[in-house]
Design a binder for this molecule. Structure first.
Ligand code: UT7
Length: 338
């Protein structure tokens, strides 16, 4: 039977480190508040006055993933790019990445599932490979939040949590048997509940508004910046992520004890601590990166996978569980034999 496996990982974050203390120059906040509520110490930002876009970060992460996979860019048959921070309204950011990478002709697909984007993208790439359509797919999660947030006290609840970054994996086809312990994606499990769409969103610009999609009133109210009902997001994330992990294990006849490493989405260290507590997972099995990068949305999981590999925490044969929750609401999980 045909499966897909991860052949290599890569990541890229901008060099500029922004500490919690740095943020106090922009808004009324404190290192203590941010660390206590989220576990975040610093994040990376692109130069806010530069023309750097999400596809630029995605390009660097992609190059590194291709290198670690030992795959030439010409071998890639499809690009799936997961992001909420598009270079432009259209065309999709995957098209810009494809042009920068220099691989014309192959399909380039954007996935707009926010914090859950990478797992949705993994599922899409996995289906194309399992069904025999493609043999090698480049899957990227990339975001630039810094340029698009309200960096004043009005936006502080959101602004302190998010950072810029990109992570990528190269997926390749592998033949194996359903119960085999060979490296492959076991399964992905995707969910959404759009009745919570406005709990974490950007209201404008959008066709829901009058002609030109944005008004002076919307700009005045800061409705072109992300807005979040933090408490509601926190409560739902803490419930849905453990559910999704258990769903993935049940689907494969596996138990929590079979998992060697949990690479969760990095929205808030406190959420991940609650998830680990609810599931009874020992803390040393959870790989977190949020202290250094904040929430990089679709990039958190591929960044986590890449850092875990480079830190020697993720080794061949290990079983990895991922889970994410975010805007939509969307949530998902996947199991990967490394
Ligand atoms: O990937 C999914 C994306 N997002 C998430 O998963 C986020 C989920 N939610 C959270 O992580 C938490 O709800 C937050 C970290 C965002 C907020 O924590 P909280 O414990 O729910 O704080 P709160 O909203 O109850 O705010 C407490 C106080 C408020 O002041 P008052 O009304 O008590 O005087 C806020 O105005 O903290 C204030 N506050 C801040 N103070 C300093 C809000 N943001 C900040 C800030 N610095 N950055």
């Amino acid at each position: 039977m045909r499966y897909s496996r991860i052949l290599g990982t890569g990541m890229h974050v901008p060099p500029q480190v922004v500490t919690n203390q740095d943020l106090t120059a922009l808004m009324d906040t404190s290192d203590e508040w941010i660390q206590q509520r989220s576990g975040i110490k610093e994040r990376r930002w692109v130069d806010l006055d530069s023309e750097t876009t999400t596809s630029d970060l995605a390009l660097e992460a992609s190059r590194r993933a291709l290198e670690s996979a030992g795959v030439k860019k010409e071998e890639i048959e499809m690009i799936v790019l997961c992001t909420l921070s598009a270079d432009h309204e259209f065309p999709g950011t995957a098209c810009f990445l494809q042009a920068k990478l220099g691989v014309p002709g192959i399909p380039a697909l954007d996935v707009r599932q926010q914090c859950t984007g990478f797992i949705y993208g993994l599922s899409i790439a996995d289906q194309f490979i399992r069904n025999g359509v493609y043999r090698k797919v480049l899957l990227v999660g990339a975001e630039i939040h810094s340029k698009a947030m309200d960096l004043t006290t009005r936006g502080r609840e959101v602004a302190v949590l998010f950072g810029d970054g990109a992570g990528a994996v190269v997926l390749g086809a592998i033949d194996g048997t359903p119960d085999g312990k060979f490296p492959h994606i076991l399964s992905s499990h995707l969910h959404a509940d759009g009745s919570f769409a406005k709990e974490l969103w950007i209201k404008a610009p959008g066709l829901a508004h009058k002609r030109t999609r944005i008004t002076a009133e919307l700009l005045e109210a800061g409705d072109h910046f992300p807005k979040m009902n933090g408490k509601t997001v926190f409560i739902h994330a803490s419930r849905r992520m453990p559910e999704a992990v258990l769903e993935a294990l049940a689907a494969n006849g596996l138990a929590l004890g079979d998992v060697d490493l949990f690479v969760f989405h990095q929205a808030n260290l406190r959420i991940n601590e609650m998830v680990a507590k609810q599931l009874g997972i020992p803390p040393e099995k959870v790989f977190n990166t949020i202290e250094c990068y904040g929430n990089t949305t679709a990039a958190t999981i591929p960044i986590g996978l890449d850092e875990a590999v480079r830190a020697g925490r993720l080794r061949p044969g290990m079983l990895v569980a991922t889970a994410a929750f975010g805007s939509g609401f969307t949530w998902a999980s996947s199991l990967i034999r490394w």
